[in-house]
Design a protein around this ligand. Structure first.
Ligand code: SAH
Length: 218
């Protein structure tokens, strides 16, 4: 497929993706605009670019997947509260797509990814798209990134057995953390809100399916 061919296809496919996200219940106009602003196909190998806008997870190499558009939009909508966020942490940066969407909702995005090859590729794609407010680091993000805390939002893109207290403590008061919790076929999306008065409010949401959070870098 020629570059212009992908371009035309992607415009139409992205418009259809937006319609589908609305049907699936994504309402926030700023989140929808962010999903519309970021092309998805540049984050994928050429051989699967024509499927980039389908609502499915797709392989990104190293046994990992890019989350489906709905999954990305849903966690962004839960974390976003109407105003531009100052600083967001993503754990499980993968190909960089979700970080790119977050870059439209926040001033600064720190994205942690344990697989060096994915970090290298994601950095190149982000640079090609002229996205300059995402910093990707090749580290194990299980316990967040204390040196850059606190964050307005923390989004976890790999399933954790439980949410570590260290991670909750990296939220600003009023900040939100969205993470899949559980394992295997029994996973739920959980949202933790750091209350302004202190303490945390936790809500269990829908069943989800994410790749596992692993420890160490590779
Ligand atoms: N948000 C990504 C989704 C990638 S899938 C995207 O838009 O493409 C989840 C990613 O989490 C995988 O790339 C995996 O390597 C990474 N991951 C798993 N455990 C991790 C850990 N402890 N620290 C950082 N990244 C981790």
């Amino acid at each position: 497929m020629s570059i212009s061919g992908v371009g035309m296809t992607s415009q139409r496919a992205r418009a259809r993706m937006l319609e589908r996200l609305k049907e699936q219940g994504i309402k926030d106009p700023i989140v929808l605009a962010a999903m519309n602003a970021v092309p998805r196909h540049p984050f994928l190998e050429e051989s699967i670019q024509q499927r980039a806008y389908d609502d499915i997870p797709l392989p990104i190499g190293q046994g990992q997947t890019i989350s489906s558009p709905f999954t990305v939009a849903r966690s962004c909508e839960l974390a976003f509260r109407g105003q531009t966020l100052e600083r967001v942490l993503e754990i499980g940066g993968g190909c960089g797509y979700q970080a790119a969407v977050l870059s439209k909702l926040a001033k600064e995005v720190l994205s942690l990814e344990r697989i060096a090859k994915l970090v290298g590729r994601a950095r190149l794609t982000l640079r090609e798209l002229r996205i300059n407010n995402v910093l990707m680091k090749n580290v194990d993000g299980t316990f967040g990134y204390q040196a850059a805390a606190p964050f307005d939002a923390i989004i976890v893109a790999a399933v954790m057995p439980y949410i570590p207290d260290e991670l909750k403590r990296q939220l600003k008061p009023g900040g939100r953390l969205v993470a899949p919790v559980g394992g295997g076929d029994s996973q739920r999306l959980v949202m933790v809100e750091a209350e302004v008065e202190g303490g945390y409010k936790e809500r269990e949401l829908e069943a989800v399916k994410f790749v596992p959070l692993l420890s160490g870098v590779s």
